[in-house]
Ligand binder design. Structure first.
Ligand code: PLP
Length: 435
């Protein structure tokens, strides 16, 4: 049997759920991210605990998705679950703020990012990056934003240019606000000389640069420290706002990748894991920029920021529990697991002479199938997506859930034994896929 046939055998109840959903809901998933081809149909998940999830067919699977980077501490973490229950009993939100949760959350966060002065919360990473880009325009009075080729920052218009939509990644998506292409400057990741040249050329028109320190959606490609340091120096010289989008990467270390490298952006955006599974985005920054959001100081022309459920008590209660539990031991363990996985994949690739690569850093990883070392967007898109997709489908059959979009992540309840099992499953999958 093929990996596709085996999947269909293993997931009959997901198939029923898929057929029911498809009548009412595009792609069969009400939100989140749907599994695309080669998955014959969407798998549905009923619950999670630790490093496991149970699908609609009650199969216990090791999770490598974790809600798309939401749970470095695993599913159903006792402290986060308790914080959520306690806040639900009081009420999830009132729009008017709780007397303690905002300051508690901001204090914990700013202790980790001492180069930042203030934080503001949103209900998504998209809104955090959208507002941060607008803040850069208002602060500088300049019209354009630079983003990385292959960078993804959510669904705001500039973010949708060139970020991993195959088969034609350079295709401009329909429906963007007119002028989006003209007002968005594209920078080649990890190419210091070319990037400096573009920034200097765009100079007075460019309000800021937004960058992921590890390109996520384009395949978990870390920036070189030199690239990020150069961005810091040059944006400072040219009067541009530097935004680090650490929506995904913040759990890399106590102060995210910026903290690990000692690079101080002007603004940073966070999301995903910081909310412990609730919809929480964050903008953190220096006082002068953050005060643009203060409508007591700036009735006009500040940056309008209001949001019905952004930074709700429910999300902040979870966020506090997350920050209290991301300890030095957690980071050490996550990095050990990620390094063991990448090393093991390299060993497998050598053993079978196959062009399999695992990129990433810390507990973030992605699989690629290409001879070209993956260091930026151009090299990432040389990967044979169909082959990686079939490997991921086969891993599902083997009991490991990963996104067909290639993004993977690990969690603290996992042990080295899980990594060894994953590597064995990957080895069997090479055969199952006829590779
Ligand atoms: N920034 C990065 C780096 C992301 O990967 C994402 C989502 O995947 C976002 C921003 C947008 O976050 P959200 O999906 O919460 O809007």
């Amino acid at each position: 049997t093929s990996v596709e046939e085996r999947y269909v055998e293993l997931t009959p109840r997901s198939k029923i759920a898929f057929d029911e959903h498809m009548r009412l809901i595009p792609a069969g998933a009400p939100g989140g991210i749907s599994q695309t081809l080669p998955f014959p149909h969407q798998p549905y998940i009923e619950r999670g605990d630790g490093c496991y999830v149970w699908d609609a067919d009650d199969r216990k699977l090791v999770d490598l998705v974790y809600g798309d980077w939401l749970y470095p501490l695993g599913h159903h973490h006792p402290a986060i679950t308790a914080a959520l229950h306690a806040q639900v009993d009081k009420g999830p939100t009132f729009c008017l703020p709780d007397p303690n949760l905002g300051t508690r959350f901001a204090t914990l966060l700013l202790d980790r990012l001492p180069w930042m002065d203030k934080v503001r919360c949103t209900p998504s990473g998209t809104e955090a990056t959208m507002i941060a880009m607008r803040m850069a325009r208002v602060a500088t009075g300049r019209p354009k934003i630079a983003k990385i080729i292959g960078g993804y920052h959510g669904l705001a218009d500039p973010s949708l240019l060139v970020n991993g939509r195959y088969p034609n990644p350079y295709h401009v998506p329909a429906g963007l606000i007119p002028g989006t292409v003209e007002s968005t400057v594209l920078l080649p990741y990890n190419d210091v000389a070319a990037t400096v040249e573009v920034l200097q050329r765009e100079g007075d028109d460019l309000a800021g640069v937004i960058v992921e320190p590890i390109l996520g959606g384009s395949g978990m490609v870390p920036a070189t420290p030199q690239y990020l340091r150069t961005l810091r120096e040059v944006t400072r010289q040219l009067g541009m706002v530097l935004i680090f989008d650490e929506v995904v990467t913040f759990p890399y270390g106590p102060g995210g990748v910026q903290g690990a490298l000692g690079i101080e952006p002007d603004l940073t955006t966070l999301g995903k894991a910081i909310g412990g599974g609730t919809p929480l985005g964050v903008i953190a920054g220096r006082r002068a920029l953050m005060d643009l959001l203060d409508n007591r100081l700036n009735p006009s022309p500040g940056v309008r920021h209001a949001s019905t459920v952004g930074g709700s008590p429910l999300c902040l209660a979870a966020g506090v529990a997350v920050l209290e539990n991301l300890t030095p031991d957690v980071y050490r363990h996550l990095h050990d697991l990620g390094n063991a996985l990448r090393l093991g994949v390299g060993t497998l690739a050598k053993k079978y002479h196959v062009p399999l690569q695992a990129t990433g850093a810390g507990h973030f990883f992605s699989f690629h199938w290409t001879q070209t070392p993956v260091t930026d967007f151009a090299s990432a898109i040389t990967t044979d997506k169909a082959t990686v997709g079939r490997l991921i489908l086969s891993l599902y059959n083997e009991g490991f859930v990963m996104m067909s979009a290639q993004a993977g992540t690990l969690s603290t309840p996992m042990t080295r034994a899980h990594i060894d099992d994953l590597l064995s499953a990957l080895e069997r999958s090479l055969f199952a896929c006829g590779l």
